[in-house]
Design a binder for this molecule. Sequence first.
Ligand SMILES: Cc1cc2nc3c(=O)[nH]c(=O)nc-3n(C[C@H](O)[C@H](O)[C@H](O)COP(=O)(O)O)c2cc1C
Length: 354
Amino acid sequence: MTDPINVADYERLAEERCEPGYWGYVAGGAGDEVTLRENVEAFARVQLRPRMLVDVSEATARTTVVGTEVAMPLLVAPTSLQRVAHPDGEPALARAAQAVGTVYCLSSLASMRPRELAAAVPGVLRWFQLYWSRDRGFTRELVAEAADAGFTALVLTVDLPTAGPRERDRRSGFRLPEGLPMPNLPRSLGSSAYFHDTLGEIVDTSLTWRDLEWLRSECSLPLVVKGVLTAEDAMLAAEHGAAGIVVSNHGGRQLDGVPATLAALPEVVEAAGGRVEIYLDGGVRRGTDAVKALALGACAVLVGRPALWGLACGGEAGARHVLELLRDEILLALVLLGARTPADVGSAHVRLAQ
Ligand SMILES: Cc1cc2nc3c(=O)[nH]c(=O)nc-3n(C[C@H](O)[C@H](O)[C@H](O)COP(=O)(O)O)c2cc1C
């Protein structure tokens, strides 16, 4: 293949380069993967309505997310096992995010602690994603460490009380590599079995919305709730003090049969009623996808797999190139749409395809 010029090129290249079991782990979704496909396809059903002769001479993709200024309305979603994608793992992807001026969200399934990532890449804008374990003391220390280490938001993933049925991993027998550390979990996941089953044993399945109050009393960081798909839960997140919501179905990896995130976005935006910032992830592969999400009420989007594809293909440089491509595509889409800033994009900029 010639040099990659878009995210789809990176997807193809990454599939060639990755070990098949790991590729299935990254690419796969839950069950029949209906939601996985829907996430991508939903963007094609929304069309753009550009406005002409708008002064876009000073157009910018810059925006803010929970009070932090970023170079574009696209952030790096938390993803596990980055060291399997590339030996440089989390610090490489964090440096890529720093180079383009966006947020890197460190996963609870990372191979380093929050303070280690902060020491390795002190300049990156960083959020920490929490899988809330049954061990309250461990969770307390972990979130306190993230706040001390300069993380600026706590992202609580709420759509994984247990792991979704990832059939590709069952077929391939994908295992955690021997010796891969998971220091943000209170105990080892073990490498011998399909590891998501073990993760389900670690996450506290008794949590309810009321527990958010405990978390907020333990951690001063703004709380972003990741994995909301309904108006009801958007209202509860707002009532329980969330600063942000990520409309997410975990990249189609949890409950198969839920809507594409772009389809779920409008009801969440309406229910939140401006009290909470709304983000979206799932299926974003183009700058125009990000702009469509903005038009339907998101402040920003996150990408999971595209960042991993870049990381797998070329470590920090590959991931940086993917993020640069997306940043350039977003700015171009804004200019061609007749929007000076991400905040200028509104519902009049889209229509449903016939
Ligand atoms: C390989 C992989 C690992 C993931 N690991 C996590 C994780 O550790 N924590 C989490 O909250 N979400 C995780 N996610 C979900 C992503 O944060 C995000 O919701 C999803 O990837 C967005 O969809 P996209 O891959 O189509 O961009 C993971 C997704 C993938 C593909």
